[in-house]
Design a binder for this molecule. Structure first.
Ligand SMILES: [Zn+2]
Length: 406
């Protein structure tokens, strides 16, 4: 198992996760157990569980029989929030190694990426974010071109293959001030020694996180993209296992697309573009056919010698009803029109009266909506809405028919 080399003083004051990032189990002691805002908390004498800090999320794992839900850094010791009450005393701690190793790859990768971006391009890193799927750094670069991204990725790959050792050490605050160390500054009120992370012959940086022992353990890098960010550019990346996981997801997606579209990888984009263009063309044809159909219905209804016109359409929506109503009232201004339709599990109604029809549309609309167990709205001569009770259509029609005759 690779070990971090620790050359600092006062080793006893450091937590195990600071001196050995590869320790997966530890026998230690629960020194305090308490409740905080209804949550069970413990403080340990020593720990292999890293609390949140420096852009690296907190670890998960088990303390005795309890699962660790979160960890907060504290002056009186890291506060571990657990899913059940624990008693003070000896306890075994186990680390969720899969999650931690992923964090070590992304976090150590960020150190290397930042160092190469600065060394080769003169770009300083101003922020780091380690997300559940993607990571990013913000650089003080006005923009990053695809060629620069490619060159940076190649340079980082070179340093991964160079298998540079990554080591942690501690120096006193006085000594630290004499060193030329790349740092985003120590936390306010920092006391005691300063922890340094060195990528051999390349970079020294202040950091409290957990790191790989060699850049070779980064496996590989993929710089996914760059976008503008306040004060510079955001560079999106993944290292190691995340590169392979993303490639696997891309391959599975491509396989599914090849099966659906019946094209090889290089023909997928063109095939999707063709389908989208075809879909738009069909929508246009359908809209035009609907207009013609609405006109035809309006003509047929107008020819009927009735003051109350009603019809139910299958597989049509509210927009279609509006088209028919508009054309119908243009042609026959003395009618009361009540049209209903159903499509994709929804039912719609439209009640409208022509200019010379005396029906009180808003009042009748509310009445009809209540009978059909629906709701709607309108003003003046039109009222439309949705409803659920198709079985009550005859009842609603009867009321309207009576109203218009009365
Ligand atoms: Zn670090």
């Amino acid at each position: 198992m690779p070990q971090l080399t620790v050359t600092g003083l006062f080793m006893g004051a450091h937590k195990r996760y600071e001196t050995d990032a590869y320790a997966r189990t530890l026998d230690t002691v629960v020194v305090r157990a308490f409740e905080d805002s209804g949550r069970h908390c413990v403080v340990l004498e020593d720990s292999i569980l890293y609390p949140e800090g420096g852009g690296q999320p907190s670890d998960r794992g088990r303390i005795g029989s309890a699962n660790v839900l979160d960890i907060a850094k504290g002056r009186d010791g890291d506060k571990h929030i657990v899913d059940r009450a624990l008693e003070p005393g000896p306890v075994s701690v186990a680390l969720d190694w899969v999650r931690r190793f992923d964090h070590m790859q992304q976090h150590t990768g960020q150190h290397l990426l930042t160092a190469v971006a600065h060394g080769s391009f003169g770009w300083a890193t101003t922020a780091f974010h380690l997300g559940p799927e993607l990571c990013d750094i913000e650089l003080d670069a006005p923009q990053i071109t695809p060629q620069q991204r490619h060159d940076l990725e190649e340079a980082v790959m070179g340093e991964i293959m160079a298998a540079r050792s990554v080591t942690a050490s501690w120096v006193s605050l006085e000594e630290y001030k004499t060193l030329n160390v790349r740092s985003r500054g120590l936390p306010d009120g920092h006391q005691g020694d300063v922890r340094l992370i060195e990528i051999k012959d390349m970079d020294v940086n202040t950091c409290g996180g957990t790191h790989l022992a060699s850049t070779s353990e980064l496996e590989c890098v993929k710089l996914i993209g760059a976008e503008p960010a306040p004060g510079g550019s955001r560079l999106i990346f993944v290292f190691g296992k995340r590169v392979r996981a993303r490639l696997d997801a891309h391959e599975q997606r491509n396989h599914a697309l090849r099966t659906i579209l019946g094209r090889p990888d290089e023909g997928l984009v063109a095939a999707v573009e063709k389908h989208i263009s075809l879909e738009k063309e069909l929508e246009r044809s359908l809209r035009s056919a609907d207009e013609e159909l609405a006109a035809l219905y309006a003509k047929t209804f107008t020819a009927e010698n009735k003051t109350f016109l009603t019809h139910h359409f299958e597989n049509k929506d509210a927009t279609f009803l509006q088209k028919v109503v508009r054309q119908l009232l243009d042609a026959a201004s003395d009618r009361l029109v009540f049209l209903t339709a159903e499509k994709d599990g929804g039912a719609f109604f439209s009640l409208a009266a022509g200019n010379t029809c005396g029906a009180d549309v808003p009042r009748l609309g509310r009445e009809v909506a209540a009978i059909l167990n629906g709701k709607g709205g309108g003003s003046g001569r039109q009222f439309q809405g949705k409803f659920t009770d198709l079985g009550k259509l005859a009842e609603a029609r009867a009321i309207l028919d009576t109203a218009v005759k009365g």
